[in-house]
Design a binder for this molecule. Structure first.
Ligand code: GUN
Length: 292
């Protein structure tokens, strides 16, 4: 039997703390020039998970010194009323980022609402203009979760050039933008999904694997090349109700070179990148107003 190795853990909490300290420092610098970065979070309805998410987002803002407003509306809010609120926030100079928490009630067209957000304030990176900008390599906001994954790779000094990255999952908010970001860093990218016929054959070739499916044990030790970097975006519950990712952590961490844990991996990076995007939006505004 060959000796097993133990992967190095990429600590999302530590990296998030470091990046949030940088956001706080840049916020102070902007405030000294008379501009406070502001984020508006809009929640419609009473989805319990969404309530927790938005509370965490607002708290992260205040911890880093950003201004934030939380607008909560009843589930009966009409689409027209929500579009009017977004329009008002688009025109509010104290707001640099607008986040409409998803999912929205079924009677509201989420795509229409997202497309109504000014791309200059689309700190979620969900607008078609943001997706297009990422695809063609133009400046714009990157979706927070894959952006956070890129920061994790950067934190270990990983050079993606010429490496084979396999992304499992093709969602608009993680899988697809993740592939674009990896491609932009000159990785060779393979996208796998529910119709992929031989996932293991793909992942065994990978130097980097990003698992973003939302299902436990999508990636097991026998599917990973020794030394590969494994990023786990999943957020699931196991049979005991404990939080777990898409990766069989116990097994894969014996084979991989680096691995992100769940919890404490990608999770804390997502809100962090929201703060970074909001801060960058405010810095662009300050530059446009001649404040820097
Ligand atoms: N719902 C779950 N995650 C997110 C997110 O990152 N942004 C928005 N707007 N809604 C979400």
């Amino acid at each position: 039997m060959t000796a097993s190795t133990t992967a190095q853990i990429i600590d999302g909490n530590a990296l998030a703390a470091q990046l949030r300290a940088d956001v706080a420092r840049r916020t102070d610098a902007l405030k000294a020039r008379g501009l406070t970065p502001g984020l508006a979070v809009v929640l419609v309805g009473d989805n319990p998970a969404s309530q927790v998410y938005v509370r965490n987002k607002v708290k992260a803002c205040s911890d880093a010194g950003l201004h934030s407003v939380l607008e909560k509306y009843d589930a009966s809010m009409t689409e027209a009323e929500l579009l009017a609120r977004v329009e008002a926030l688009n025109n509010d100079p104290s707001i640099h980022g607008i986040l409409v928490q998803l999912p929205l009630p079924a009677h509201i067209d989420a795509n229409k609402v997202i497309e109504s957000i000014a791309p200059t304030k689309d700190v979620d990176g969900f607008h078609i203009a943001s997706a297009g900008a990422l695809m063609v390599g133009q400046p714009g906001f990157w979706p927070c979760t894959p952006y956070g994954c890129m920061k994790m790779l950067e934190s270990i000094g990983y050079d993606l050039r010429g490496k084979h990255a396999v992304v499992i999952g093709r969602s608009n908010i993680v899988g697809k933008p993740m592939a674009m970001m990896l491609l932009q860093k000159s990785a060779t990218v393979t996208m796998c999904h529910s119709a992929t016929s031989d996932l293991k054959a793909m992942t065994l070739q990978a130097d980097v694997i990003v698992a973003a499916v939302g299902k436990r044990n999508v990636l097991t030790a026998d599917m990973v090349k020794p030394g590969a970097v494994v990023i786990d975006v999943g957020m699931n519950r196991n049979d005991e109700g404990k939080l777990c990712g898409d990766v069989d952590y116990a097994g894969v961490s014996q084979v991989a070179g680096y691995i992100t844990p769940v919890p404490g991996g990608v999770g804390p990076m997502t809100i962090t990148m929201l703060l970074v995007n909001t801060m960058e939006s405010a810095e662009r505004d300050a530059a446009a107003r001649g404040l820097v």
